[in-house]
Design a binder for this molecule. Structure first.
Ligand code: ADP
Ligand code: MG
Ligand code: ZN
Length: 556
């Protein structure tokens, strides 16, 4: 059998992903290997496939027991002989595994790094033919990485315990040059075959927002993405608990995950999310390692993480199926303080390094150039030659808000007022004002009277101007212009044409002009205003904000 046969037979995949085959071939030719691939790139297969083809046993070192357990369970389902050795095994269970291993029962043995420190484990591996040691999440060996595990330093001891040196293959998603150096040195890789597959994830859209009110922003976002699967990361457990409570109170279903929850609660919440019973997961960074949910449509960071490695790993959990997904970071200056505090109070290893990393993270949040290029550059990868056209800095028309309902209310009000009044009177009627004019014309008897009472009058007037600018209304007359309908109005009133307003990200140097000639900034302001009005309305009435305006008189 060759690697491709194995891939098809056991995993049911038709082709290797970029880099997988090269790494597998190198390992099979007896070389040490270092594979650097982004999260979701498919690192596991790079050591699992050769493990099946090599004689003897492959020892897999991985930092998280839950992650290994999932992998071993999956392998067993595929019919691959694998077992997991962790610290919760009883003496009897361990003895059984040891006996089986001696009889050649396993192709893969997963081991928690802490276990490397026990004599019993060292005895076990001396009794079996070890052909390869695969080190997953290899950055854990380096204190320059973001997830340092001292026990990873013991990996190289296996090499000395064995009569014949096995192949060593290391894999990680996060290898800055310093981390890479550490991996090679500390895991004692021998002239490894190195492969870095591209970190660019073209289907991910990156954006940094600086909202005044993060809760509000999150609520708006979730209401615009109802039913989509997404993760919201918070910096602390308390942050997770708080946001969870608040969103539930706002009627937004979600579940949560952090290390302070009982194991039972964690696994049941995780399953609810994985099996799409609840679409939104609120979590600390304890959630996600080894989670392979393909249809995550957004990853929202409620707080800025403490470094780019962590950020990209977490954000990278979006869009594993290759479909469009969003990675949005909500930045607040408070996040800098929180992270400084966390660094200050962590066990003092490499504190200056942590601060430097934090600074790079803050720079990401404040850069005006392409976010994707910033990321690629940070990870030492070749950047794109141009802007990516698909991030908060490059994209000019990222967000659209549907204002058809508002437009219909305004247009039908103009119609009912017989197209004989100016914008102030129309706005007064929509607002439900009680002016003399309204009384004398009996406008308070119109069905459109007060249908926009929750909107500030200025906003109603801005909306009218917007509709004029876009050609859905026209001004007639010069001194006291009145507002009349256009052909386009009827399309909108009959529900044949949606009206949208774009949120245009204005760059200082390039003044963007919208189709209508209105300064884009005006659109932006109006857009933001509408968002918050809808939010207030939804809040007051505890209903979904986008209700349909019933128009009974439009049956021409
Ligand atoms: P990583 O460890 O690099 O984050 P995984 O090894 O967990 O990534 O793989 C991510 C997902 O991609 C898994 O669902 C895996 O089965 C899938 N995958 C890996 N290789 C291939 C392939 N060649 N074709 C299709 N799917 C693949
Ligand atoms: Mg992995
Ligand atoms: Zn870009």
């Amino acid at each position: 059998m060759n690697p491709l046969n194995i891939l098809k037979k056991y995993y049911g995949y038709d082709a290797f992903r970029p880099g997988q085959e090269e790494l597998i071939q190198a390992i099979l030719s007896g070389k040490d290997a270092l594979g650097i691939m982004p999260t979701g790139g498919g690192k596991s297969i790079c050591y699992q496939v050769p493990a099946l083809l090599l004689d003897g046993v492959t020892i897999v070192i991985s930092p998280l027991i839950s992650l290994m357990k999932d992998q071993v369970d999956t392998l067993k389902e595929y019919g691959i002989e694998a077992e997991l050795i962790n610290s919760t095994l009883s003496t009897k269970e361990f003895r059984e595994i040891r006996a089986n291993a001696r009889m050649g029962a396993y192709k893969l043995l997963y081991v928690a790094p802490e276990r490397l420190e026990t004599e019993s484990f060292m005895d076990l591996i001396r009794e079996v033919p070890v052909s390869m040691v695969a080190v997953d999440e290899a950055h854990c060996v380096s204190q320059w990485g973001h997830d340092f595990r001292p026990s990873y330093r013991r990996v190289s001891q296996i090499l000395y315990a064995l009569p014949k040196r096995p192949i060593v293959a290391a894999f990680t998603a996060t290898a800055t040059p310093l981390v890479k150096e550490d991996i090679i040195k500390l895991l004692e890789l021998n002239k490894p075959f190195e492969l870095t597959s591209s970190f660019d994830r073209p289907n991910l859209y990156f954006e940094v927002r600086k909202p005044e009110n993060k809760l509000h922003e999150t609520e708006m976002y979730l209401r615009e993405h109802v039913g989509e699967s997404g993760v919201i990361y918070c910096a602390t457990r308390k942050g997770v608990d708080d946001l969870y409570e608040r969103l539930l109170r706002l009627g937004l279903p979600c579940t949560k995950y952090h290390a302070g929850l009982s194991e039972a609660e964690r696994s049941s919440n995780q399953d609810d999310f994985l099996y799409d019973r609840v679409s939104v997961m609120i979590a600390t960074n304890a959630f996600g390692m080894g989670i392979d949910k393909p249809n995550v449509r957004f990853v929202l960071h409620y707080n800025m993480p403490k470094n780019m490695e962590g950020y990209y790993q977490e954000a990278g959990r979006a869009g594993r199926d290759g479909e469009e997904a969003q990675c949005i970071l909500l930045f607040g200056t408070q996040d800098i303080m929180t992270n400084r505090y966390l660094i200050e109070n962590a066990n003092g290893l490499g504190r200056q390094i942590e601060y430097d990393k934090l600074n790079s993270m803050v720079d990401y949040c404040n850069t005006e150039s392409c976010l994707r290029n910033y990321i690629l550059n940070y990870f030492g990868q070749q950047t794109l030659e141009e802007d990516c056209h698909h991030c908060g800095s490059c994209n000019n028309d990222t967000e659209e808000s549907d204002i058809t309902v508002e437009a219909q209310k305004i247009l039908s009000c103009v119609k009912r007022m017989k197209e004989r009044f100016g914008s102030t009177q129309v706005a007064d009627v929509l607002k439900g004002s009680n002016t003399q004019k309204i009384k004398s014309f009996k406008f308070n008897e119109l069905t459109t009277y007060g249908v926009m009472k929750d909107y500030p009058k200025d906003t109603i007037k801005e909306l009218i101007s917007f509709l004029v600018a876009e050609g859905y209304l026209q001004l007639v007359g010069t001194q006291y212009p009145i507002i009349q309908l256009t052909e386009a109005s009827y399309e909108v009133l009959k529900g044949k044409k949606p009206v949208t307003i774009k949120r245009i990200l204005v760059k200082e140097t390039t003044p963007v002009r919208s189709r209508s000639g209105l300064d884009a900034k005006v659109d932006l302001v109006l857009f933001e205003k509408l968002r918050s009005i809808r939010y207030d309305i939804a809040h007051k009435q505890h209903i979904q904000p986008f209700m349909v305006f019933p128009d009974t008189t439009l049956k021409e």
